[in-house]
Design a protein around this ligand. Structure first.
Ligand SMILES: C[S@@+](CC[C@H](N)C(=O)[O-])C[C@H]1O[C@@H](n2cnc3c(N)ncnc32)[C@H](O)[C@@H]1O
Length: 208
């Protein structure tokens, strides 16, 4: 399956295989991935991450909040060579892992690693992504200040997307934000996953 999965990445198919090797080896050694994740890297992590690609406008600036070992940020950057991506991560050890991976994958020209907490970061982006970082309501508080006008927060939530959106409804209304659940095909698999898109009210059109 590896070749078939990697083929989803077109010209970056060798680079994504290299990234999977980095995750399986150094990611495990540095304690960034659980011992059982090795077999599930492609479908559960890599392809699930790039499922959000249709929600990211062409040429957008993206910040991946709580990037961890680079998901979805590094996978998305390899899948979408048109994007400039910042990997924002609060833990030093993880930013060290990310810096090594970015250099080894030859991504340094358009992928930057930033150490810090989302709620203290002061740069704005057209797209904020987040996967497995915090419940939606908390994520919205941290991440919507990072959005440039017309920007979108894309929270990959899987099966909990609708329930998290419902739980956050009050604070979204209060902060004049709108939220929509998007069902997304997982490339190269028969699966789907779900993300929540959050925008400021009145910002119906994404900026590309
Ligand atoms: C469970 S991991 C998920 C990592 C990755 N997104 C993934 O899907 O595999 C959550 C990550 O978010 C980082 N994190 C938690 N709160 C954060 C914050 N406020 N700002 C930036 N990073 C944060 C943690 O250090 C950790 O690396």
């Amino acid at each position: 399956m590896t070749e078939e999965f990697a083929g989803q990445f077109g010209p970056a198919s060798e680079a994504i295989k290299q990234y999977v090797d980095i995750l399986a080896s150094r990611g495990g050694e540095w304690g960034l991935l659980g011992p059982r994740e090795g077999d599930r890297l492609w479908d559960r992590h890599i392809l699930n991450s790039v499922a959000l690609s249709p929600l990211v406008p062409e040429g957008a600036t993206v910040v991946d909040v709580g990037s961890g070992a680079g998901l979805p940020g590094i996978a998305l950057a390899l899948y979408r060579p048109d994007l400039r991506v910042t990997l924002l991560e609060s833990l030093l050890r993880r930013t060290e892992f990310l810096e090594l991976a970015v250099a080894e994958l030859g991504l340094a020209e358009r992928v930057e690693v930033a150490r810090g907490r989302a709620e203290e970061h002061r740069v704005r982006y057209q797209v904020v992504t987040a996967r497995a970082v915090a419940p939606l309501e908390r994520l919205v508080g941290w991440c919507t200040p990072l959005l440039s006008p017309g920007g979108v927060l894309v929270a990959l939530k899987g099966a909990s997307a609708s329930a998290e959106l419902a739980a956050a409804a009050g604070s979204l209304r209060r902060d004049r934000l709108t939220g929509v659940v998007r069902e997304l095909p997982v490339p190269g698999t028969p699966d789907v996953t779900w993300a929540v898109e959050i925008r400021r009210q009145g910002d119906s059109q994404p900026v590309s």
